[in-house]
Design a binder for this molecule. Structure first.
Ligand code: G6P
Length: 369
């Protein structure tokens, strides 16, 4: 196939901007849009009511998609979720339960550690479901059920659109399992599907605000270390935001659960280290804002990615603010908040003159262990 950059300077920019389309396409594949309910494009080859546990394993950005999904699977499908990076999981000799489901997540479907985790789980009698972007990949071939992300070819080494499509598939899967297990009402399913259906349009809106990201990026580019904070599903997004920044700009960055701030990273707070707070309007907002104020009280360098209401609630001096629409709220807001996190890393790196499509030392597909 031939893939070009279109009118973009980099594949990564093109792929970030494709997200409303590819997430929309992926959702359309897993939803019955006319009925406003979930409709998986495959039959579940196991009894969802008999499921005892879900184990998730993956690497890099795909692992962070799994960490976000844990919140949804536990909440909407009432299943306990065990998750680990594949490069550790495979060596743990973890006992896996009868009637357990293993979900492996991989853009390429070729990552060596993820494949090894899959094979370990198979030997432990798990049903294997793979969320993959490349349908013909080894991981897809070795799985019992393939849930494809319809992101299209991803060329940028740092994953962007594959990540948000993985989230879209996971969200649908969580709702489908919730329904099938009888723990999610039809009404609640419809409400949640309506929220999911709104996400591609909200991502387009977030992309249209790209100009806001540039001054923030110029500011972050001066730092030698950056802290990202989030709570609930926004916590794994903090990890992903930090990963994107270090991959592309080579600035050291760390993601932290907002509530863990006081257990260590608060000691690092000074004006030289930007603290990026991901604060979507959800049930966790108030507490995240109070962590933000702890940073402010210590003279921290605060950047908020949140709604106008979050900014008002913060009542603190901000070095930067990326304004997200107020209606991007609830459990799936994190899919939309991925956009400013990606754009920020992209603009910091391009401002610094880095090669965003081919960062040093990184490979698109890691087939060594
Ligand atoms: C590499 C890529 C990452 C990706 C990870 C897992 O490190 O640079 O962007 O998240 O591998 O790859 P996979 O193909 O399994 O999703």
């Amino acid at each position: 196939f031939l893939v070009d950059k279109g009118n973009y300077r980099h594949f990564m920019a093109k792929e970030i901007h494709e997200q409303p389309e590819v997430v929309g396409r992926t959702l359309a594949h897993y939803l019955d849009l006319a009925e406003g309910v979930v409709r998986l494009p495959f039959d579940l080859k196991f009894d969802p009511k008999a499921l005892t546990r879900i184990t998730i394993s993956a690497c890099g950005t795909a692992y962070y998609a799994g960490l976000v999904a844990r919140y949804w699977l536990e909440r909407f499908a009432r299943l306990s979720v065990e998750i680990d990076v594949a490069s550790e999981f495979r060596y743990r000799e973890a006992p896996l339960p009868e009637n357990g489901l293993m979900i492996v997540v991989s853009q390429s479907g070729e990552t060596a550690d993820t494949l090894a985790a899959l094979r370990y789980a198979r030997a432990q009698g798990q049903h294997i479901l793979a969320i993959v972007n490349v349908e013909t990949s080894t991981i897809a071939r070795e799985s019992d059920t393939v849930a494809q992300t319809l992101a299209g070819p991803e060329i940028g080494v740092a994953s962007t659109k594959a990540f948000t499509c993985q989230l879209a598939v996971f969200a649908c899967l969580a709702l489908a399992l919730g329904r099938a297990r009888g723990v999610l009402s039809k009404e609640r399913e419809r409400e949640l599907v309506a929220e999911l259906v709104a996400t591609p349009g909200q991502m387009a809106e977030a992309l249209s605000r790209e100009a806001q990201v540039e001054p923030v990026a110029r500011d972050v580019a001066r730092a030698s270390s950056v802290l990202y904070l989030g709570r609930g599903p926004a916590f794994p997004l903090a990890l992903e935001g930090a990963l994107k920044l270090k991959e592309l700009s080579y600035i050291h960055a760390e993601g932290y659960a907002a509530g863990e701030l006081k257990h260590g990273p608060i000691a690092l707070i000074d004006y030289a280290m930007p603290v990026i707070v991901l604060a979507p309007p959800d049930a966790n907002l108030e507490k995240t804002v109070s962590n933000l104020q702890e940073v402010a009280a210590r003279g921290g360098h605060l950047i908020l990615i949140g709604s106008p209401h979050a900014r008002e609630a913060a009542a603190a001096e901000l070095a930067g603010f990326i304004d997200m629409p107020e209606n991007v709220a609830g459990p799936f807001a994190v899919i939309v908040y991925a956009v400013p996190a990606q754009l920020l890393a992209y603009h910091v790196a391009t401002f610094m003159g880095k090669d965003v499509d081919q960062p040093r030392n990184l490979a698109k597909s890691v087939t060594v262990e």
